[in-house]
Ligand binder design. Structure first.
Ligand code: HEM
Length: 364
């Protein structure tokens, strides 16, 4: 195999990859056995970040159009599910790193200088491509996240801030969802009526519950009324816009209603893949949240309350990012307003036909 023909080693550049672990402790003449693990784990993460970016970028491209080819949705779901499978590995890998004890970490930590995960530019691009907004980022040590980067890496991260994100692409796709406003079916109105009917029935059931003490009854009635107000505000476009304006919601009213529609009528054939797509995005967001939380706890274990090599407050800073850096919160919140399938507005026959496979067979 020395004639230059492709073999395992030269195809995968194995020699190059396994020559890239340079122990900084060795360079200081104080070799720390455990540093190899630290480097390998980080490098493996970076390779997986590359793969996630590859999948995510291709899916954004499929959606970043005036018209999304229905045939692409299945492939998009498949690729996004691949991302979640990789994320599960990323979460699991923390255990491998945790075989290093805090004392062993101190054998080489002093040689790391200001090198920090802060400077993982692939991770920053990933956050941006998913849809984390620059203005939602937490400042640390009076610095923005870009100030940690320089040269080509900084340029690539800046570029990713301007590119269409997964959030933007899916939001526009949702906004274009048909079926919500038809001459014989106005989804929002019908849904409001169905929610009220359900709450009326709950209130009526309570009025016959003589055995309940008055104060308990009041708690239940107040909860029903609070829920009624919640539905009213959720299904009101101007209230929604007010919440968007003050940063409490991000998806537009139209997109939110479309996501609700897809969620509740997910069993209709034509909505099954769109539903899986939304579910997978929620799963990706959930997995990043779990990773952030897991990484923060590991940092607490390794460093206690020490500041990070990137000069942040370490554990406290990382803990704050867990909730703050979620992207698809609006999709999670839809669950508050789901009503049981038995209470859903009945779809008119012609719409039901359109949502069946018949629709794609005749109109594609
Ligand atoms: C002993 C193990 C580790 C320790 C003690 C540690 C510590 C820290 C600390 C303290 C920060 C906050 C920034 C700073 O002040 O430096 C941070 C950020 C970060 N770390 Fe780690 N880390 C470890 C392992 C890892 C691994 C394996 C990865 C995988 C790539 C990673 C990726 C990141 C990323 C992406 C950030 C930026 C998070 C953000 O700003 O939201 N870290 N790390």
């Amino acid at each position: 195999m020395s004639d230059g023909a492709l073999d395992y080693g030269n195809y995968l550049k194995v020699d190059e990859i396994i020559s890239l672990q340079e122990l900084v402790s060795e360079q200081h003449g104080k070799p720390a056995h455990i540093e190899m693990l630290y480097i390998v784990v980080h490098q493996v993460y970076e390779l997986w970040f590359k793969e996630i970016l590859h999948e995510l970028g291709s899916v954004i491209e499929m959606f970043d159009n005036e018209y999304v080819n229905e045939k692409n949705i299945g492939e998009a779901v498949k690729r996004l599910k691949r991302v979640t499978a990789v994320q599960e590995l990323l979460i699991e890998q923390i255990k491998v790193l945790e075989t290093m004890t805090p004392l062993e970490f101190l054998d080489f930590r002093k040689y790391l200088g200001t090198a920090s995960g802060f400077q993982s530019y692939q991770f920053r691009i990933l956050e941006n491509r998913l849809g984390l907004k620059p203005e939602d980022r937490i400042m640390y040590a009076q610095k923005t996240y870009l100030q940690e980067l320089s040269g080509r890496r900084k340029e690539l991260v800046e570029e990713s801030e301007k590119q269409t994100s997964m959030f933007d692409a899916v939001a526009s796709w949702l906004e274009r969802t048909p079926f919500l406003e038809l001459s014989n079916f106005r989804f929002v109105e019908e849904y409001k009526a169905a929610a009220n009917k359900m709450l009326d029935a709950e209130a009526a059931a309570l009025s016959g519950a003589d055995e309940l003490p008055e104060e308990v009854l009041k708690i239940h009635i107040d909860a029903i009324e609070a829920s009624r107000k919640g539905f009213e505000s959720f299904l009101d476009s101007s209230e929604h816009q007010r919440l968007v304006n003050n940063g409490q919601r991000r998806l537009s009213f139209q997109a939110t209603m479309a996501a609700l529609f897809i969620n509740v009528y997910r069993d209709e054939p034509i909505l099954q893949l769109p539903f899986q797509l939304l579910e997978t995005l929620v799963e990706i967001d959930e997995n990043f949240t779990i990773w952030r939380s897991r990484h923060a706890v590991m940092v607490h274990r390794m460093l206690g309350r020490k500041v990070g090599t990137g000069q942040s407050s370490g554990y406290d800073y990382l803990k704050r990012t867990v909730d703050k850096y979620r992207v698809f919160t609006d999709l999670f919140n839809i669950s508050t307003f789901l009503i049981p399938r038995s209470e859903l507005p009945k779809l008119p026959d012609d719409l039901k036909t359109d949502l069946g496979f018949h629709y794609s067979a005749t109109k594609s």
